[in-house]
Design a protein around this ligand. Structure first.
Ligand code: ADP
Ligand code: GN1
Ligand code: MG
Length: 368
């Protein structure tokens, strides 16, 4: 086998068609270890995704895979009813030889496999603005398809995932503990975060008081969690279903803006390059509202811009917390990577705070 050598024990457990001839690291996710496998049978070549799930992040991989199985089975049915292609429009779990959706190896690691979605791509920055618009329609539509999913059957894969006040509390703890001695060099960032205590509560409090409805949401709606068809340019499949849980629609909207409407990559070092592109923002507003097809309440629509600010702020404090704690959560590829990521997020927050009135006007333009 060419490329990375994965134990035969693991490869042989899954029902791949043909002989596995190559395994290469794949994608740019921050959480799981992702590989693309090439399988050959006679003249035919087929690809699969193999992932080692991140056990540090996902404490209960069995429950997580129950969610993924439940959601993908549900989506598959809806896609078939609509005459779609169920092998390309949703993730498809490849089972193990004993019919399980994951494999627990002898080292205690959990593995899973998916059909590889061919002739489609994921992007880390917007290369073509239509891709971004299409991703908005697809994320909105995804929420719509899951609107009547039995939410009570979903496990909470990460507790308090988008509980921003709790994220701020954990951040304070990391500052107080200062286990890596990094607090002194990030005083400006710490101040930026702590000044926004009140902001951190906005959406959470509205959720608690029942003014914002809990829906089945994706919770990690960045552009590289959606596959865009290479030929049609349509966003065909929402991937990375690890955090599908009850959540807020405004957070799904907001996380997409955080990542995709930025004029620079999430880890850009030159902060002068980083701002929120209002044209991309507008395209996303239009697409998301279309994709949700009338299902959002007036309050949700009004709070879409706040979702963008808060998801960006929350992500910034998560990166900074991880930096202070020694980079144990997000994968890093260089010294200070999480700090660089935090800085782009805070730059975006400041920019969006200034642009908030215009961001609201843009929503108003599309909301009726
Ligand atoms: P992470 O949680 O680490 O972000 P993802 O599930 O998002 O892991 O996978 C990482 C990357 O792998 C994705 O951004 C995408 O590029 C690629 N990928 C994941 N699943 C598939 C699939 N079924 N077909 C093709 N590419 C995929
Ligand atoms: C992680 O898994 P990935 O790379 O798609 C993270 C998100 C963050 C994002 C920041 C389970 O997403 O919450 O917003 O990094 N996922 C998890 O890029 O923590
Ligand atoms: Mg991902």
């Amino acid at each position: 086998m060419k490329g990375i050598q994965i134990d035969r024990e693991i490869i042989d457990m899954f029902c791949f068609s043909g002989e596995v001839v190559e395994c290469v690291p794949f994608g740019s996710g921050h959480i799981n270890d992702t590989y693309r496998l090439t399988c050959r049978r006679k003249e035919e070549t087929k690809y699969f995704i193999l992932q080692k799930m991140n056990r540090n992040v996902f404490k209960n991989p069995v429950e997580l895979m129950e969610n993924v199985k439940g959601v993908t089975t549900w989506l598959r049915r809806k896609i078939l009813e609509a005459g779609g292609d169920e092998e390309r429009e949703t993730l498809n779990v490849v089972e193990t030889r004993d019919g399980m959706p994951y494999y627990l190896d002898s080292r205690g690691e959990y593995w899973r496999a998916y059909l590889f979605i061919e002739r489609a791509s994921c992007f880390d920055v917007v290369k073509n603005e239509n891709d971004f618009y299409q991703s908005a329609v697809a994320f909105g539509h995804f929420q719509r398809l899951l609107a009547d999913y039995p939410a009570e059957t979903l496990h909470e894969t990460i507790a308090d995932f988008h509980n921003t006040p709790d994220r701020l509390r954990k951040f304070r703890e990391a500052v107080d503990a200062d286990i890596c001695g990094r607090v002194a060099e990030v005083q400006e960032e710490i101040r930026f975060a702590l000044e926004r205590e009140e902001l951190a509560h906005t959406l959470y409090d509205l959720q608690e008081s029942g003014k914002l409805p809990l829906r089945v949401t994706h919770n990690d709606t960045k552009l590289n969690n959606i596959m865009i068809d290479d030929t049609t340019g349509k966003a065909i499949c929402v991937i990375d279903l690890d955090t599908v849980m009850p959540g807020l629609s405004v957070n799904d909207f907001g996380d997409s803006i955080r990542f995709g409407a930025s004029t620079a990559a999430e880890d850009e070092k030159d902060l002068s390059m980083v701002s929120c592109d209002l044209h991309l923002y507008e395209l996303y507003v239009k697409g998301f509202i279309e994709g949700c097809a009338g299902s959002l309440t007036e309050t949700e629509l009004d709070l879409l811009p706040m979702g963008a600010i808060l998801m960006t702020f929350e992500c910034g404090i998560r990166f900074l917390t991880d930096y202070l704690e020694g980079d144990h959560y997000f994968k890093i590829h260089r010294e200070g990577h999480n700090l660089d990521r935090c800085r782009t997020q805070f730059k975006l927050v400041a920019d969006m705070e200034e642009k908030l009135p215009v961001m609201k006007e843009i929503v108003n333009k599309y909301k009726n």
